[in-house]
Design a protein around this ligand. Sequence first.
Ligand SMILES: Nc1nc2c(ncn2[C@@H]2O[C@H](COP(=O)(O)OP(=O)(O)OP(=O)(O)O)[C@@H](O)[C@H]2O)c(=O)[nH]1
Ligand SMILES: [Mg+2]
Length: 244
Amino acid sequence: MNRRLFLQMFGAGIASLSLPVGASSLPSCKIIGIGAAGCNLAIALRQSNILDGAGATLSYVCVDLGPHSLEFVEAANDANPALPQIKTLMLAPVRAGGRANAARAACLHHRDALAGMLAGSDMVVLLAGLGGGTGSGVTQYMALAARAAGAVTVAAVVTPFDFEGDVRNRRANDVVERLRHDADLVMAYSNEEWINRFSGDESFLDIWDALDRHIATNLHYVVSRLCTAARLTGHPFALGFQSV
Ligand SMILES: Nc1nc2c(ncn2[C@@H]2O[C@H](COP(=O)(O)OP(=O)(O)OP(=O)(O)O)[C@@H](O)[C@H]2O)c(=O)[nH]1
Ligand SMILES: [Mg+2]
């Protein structure tokens, strides 16, 4: 992990996280993929099995405003029926089409379904690509809703390439800043910085697959540390990430 990613992962404002779980039960961890990139990340995370040993009871759900990404999720469920099934929730039969406000409005319209989805979760992991409409709008809403539900909230988000333009990049950076206030831990990964690590011989898909694996490995670290501390102490605990 390079220094910048490390700082983004464990950076300013993240002094501690607490998870109110008794010693007798495993904490419940809800993994929520949002929008196209978030659905892809959730599918990859489930496929990797990497969180299975983290010490949490896992459940997966993918949220989008239209059917397209959710159809991929259903196909991934069908392709691997032995793995935990990812539930799907379509917030509205329309696409945000780059409009984060439309995505937030859709969340308000479906607020009861979203609150029901979060109820009883000790930990919520939000996965999304920022810069478009759905990931940007829904992730902000869900961070606040997860906090209101009393869950420790981790947001693992991807920011756009430079070629996607200033509007998308500014929107993504604004959302990252807001998440730093509204979520307990923000893991922000830049597609632009990630692609610059590669020589140029690799395909786009290989590069994104590698990023999926990198995010999954980091999430395993975060979720298992939270769960181990909960198991050992049996009462609310602090992870003690230091602000830098
Ligand atoms: N790492 C990674 N990044 C992705 C992937 N798909 C999209 N992105 C990035 O995520 C950003 C958001 O894209 P989407 O996820 O398609 O957008 P959305 O959240 O569905 O929003 P709208 O469709 O605009 O409502 C893009 O600008 C890309 O930079 C993916 O599979 N992996
Ligand atoms: Mg989309």
